[in-house]
Design a protein around this ligand. Structure first.
Ligand code: 6GU
Length: 239
């Protein structure tokens, strides 16, 4: 699967590619991640990417002509075979990204992300865009981190990217796992007894019992309790 990001900070995307699992997947040719500098698609010597908003107001707006040139330029770099492609605009005003959206987007061969800084985009760029996404209800300085969050989430659905070790079965938010719709149960590893200052922290006895049926029930109960406590909204959520 191919991910392309149009940004004024391509180095942010390029640095991310060096990280373990992602680097391994790129080496195995399962993933491709490419950053394109928006300034390479400008029309003037100053490489201007933004302008003052018509009608006045604070902040600057990313120029539709520059963005159009960049999107069309990146789209044209296509390989020979027909690739199922989507152009995605990253904005806090977009549809909220989720595990379900990630799974759907993973059906594409190629995703082109447009990442803005400044206050926003000239609205006319939406005519070249297939979807607008936000990663949550808070405001970032720009879309680069949102692009990386989406890329990492979607890439985990690409066959071979996540090894058996890091299995995606049964994890929080996965629809098909045993703990469907619930957060994951707590995990423990050695040492069995941990001393932190005056505190002695032990691994729950049931996990040392060897009784797999009991462990299964305990884990399901823990997952439910944890979810009720921190994310009650997930209990009756339709995915
Ligand atoms: Cl996609 N962009 C920005 N600037 N802020 C965000 C976001 C995106 N998603 C959540 N906050």
């Amino acid at each position: 699967m191919k991910f392309e990001v149009i940004t004024i900070f391509p180095e942010l995307i390029d640095d991310y590619k060096k990280i373990s699992i992602v680097a391994r997947a790129i080496k195995k040719r399962l993933l491709q991640i490419k950053a394109f500098n928006l300034r390479d698609y400008t029309f003037d010597a100053h490489k201007t990417v933004d302008g003052r908003p018509y009608g006045g107001g604070a902040g600057m707006v990313l120029k539709a002509d520059v963005l159009t040139r960049a999107i069309q330029g990146v789209l044209k770099k296509t390989t020979k075979k027909k690739e199922k492609t989507k152009v995605i605009l990253l904005t806090p005003a977009g549809k909220v990204f989720s595990q379900t959206e990630a799974k759907k987007l993973a059906k594409n061969d190629r995703l082109i992300f447009i990442s803005g800084r400044y206050e926003g985009f000239d609205e006319r760029v939406s005519s070249l865009v297939d979807a607008e996404y936000s990663i949550g209800d808070y405001v970032l300085m720009g879309g680069e981190l949102a692009a990386l969050v989406m890329i990492e989430t979607i890439a985990r659905f690409v066959s071979g990217v996540v090894g058996k070790e890091e299995s995606i079965q049964g994890e929080s938010f996965s629809k098909d796992g045993k703990t469907s719709n619930l957060l994951e149960y707590p995990q423990y590893t050695r040492p069995e007894v941990l001393k932190i200052g005056k505190k002695t922290l032990r691994v729950p006895k049931v996990l040392l019992s060897g009784d797999h049926q009991k462990i299964k029930i305990w884990r399901a109960d823990q997952a439910l309790k944890k979810t009720k406590k921190v994310r009650p909204d997930l209990i009756n959520k339709q995915w």
